[in-house]
Design a protein around this ligand. Sequence first.
Ligand code: NAP
Ligand code: MN
Length: 274
Amino acid sequence: MKITVMTHQTNDKVKAICQKLNELCQEDGFIWDDQMPDVVITIGGDGSMLSAFHRYRDQLDRIRFLGVHTGHLGFYTDYTVDQVDELISDLRQDHGEEVTYPLLEVSLHYEDKQLSPHHFLALNEATIKRITGTFICDVYINRYLFESFRGDGLCVSTPSGSTGVNKSIGGAVLHPSHSAIQLTEYASLNNRVFRTLSSPLVLGIEDQITFKPKNCDRLLVTYDHLAMKANQIEEMTCRVAKERIRFVSYRHMPFWKRVSQAFIGDFSKDLDSE
Ligand code: NAP
Ligand code: MN
């Protein structure tokens, strides 16, 4: 097994984990390889997983990802820094265990046809906003004019990204077993001219959402932790990607338990102490 580690942190605990994984690579069957790894281990938070995903975006068909969290357990992390011995023993007994999650595919087409279209994937979500002023755009679903939006912006998230900014702006939390994407709004302005459904929409694998901005200057497109300023976007299309992300699944934390622990906390413990 070829492994590599991605982390932005340099504290003693992180150094100790890297050291242990390095020692593992002295054993038969393990090689440290950051060019073509089989397993990418991130140490940090969910944000570190987002960075690793984009770093290895071209090898999604063969790489499995695994997250070690330096704080509380995250949505893309299964081990805490204190569980590194369990992690190493699980790696030694690997049988290719994996779980795959859907991704979002985005295409940007520009009014200037000299500019080649942009295609990218997101693990959490993509958003489109205007840097200043309200953002105005027609929203098409499957090439049918669905609504005219005016407001702060629009967000399209994956199921695993639904607990990120999507949730903060009123989206539903969606189990990653659904191959779907969700459209949510940032502060829509509704009147007789601009009217949107104003509730989150969940779309399936056959569907595509197209945004056609009406005021095309000073636009900001974000995907996961990344952002790009863009002008003259003719259209931005979002759909469920053909590619999926693969995670190592040695230990299975049910998704709804993860959601409850992250957002509600361990309330049974609080009750016990009363
Ligand atoms: P960041 O500003 O460091 O992260 C914002 C927070 O979102 C962090 O607590 C991060 O967890 C958490 N997060 C990331 N992905 C998540 C997911 N799928 N489910 C639940 N929480 C998640 O930026 P970042 O670490 O580069 O992450 C970028 C992501 O942050 C974006 O994709 C977006 O989903 C999210 N975000 C949320 C808001 C909001 O809720 N208002 C605003 C901006 C961005 P860790 O601490 O474990 O990294
Ligand atoms: Mn972060």
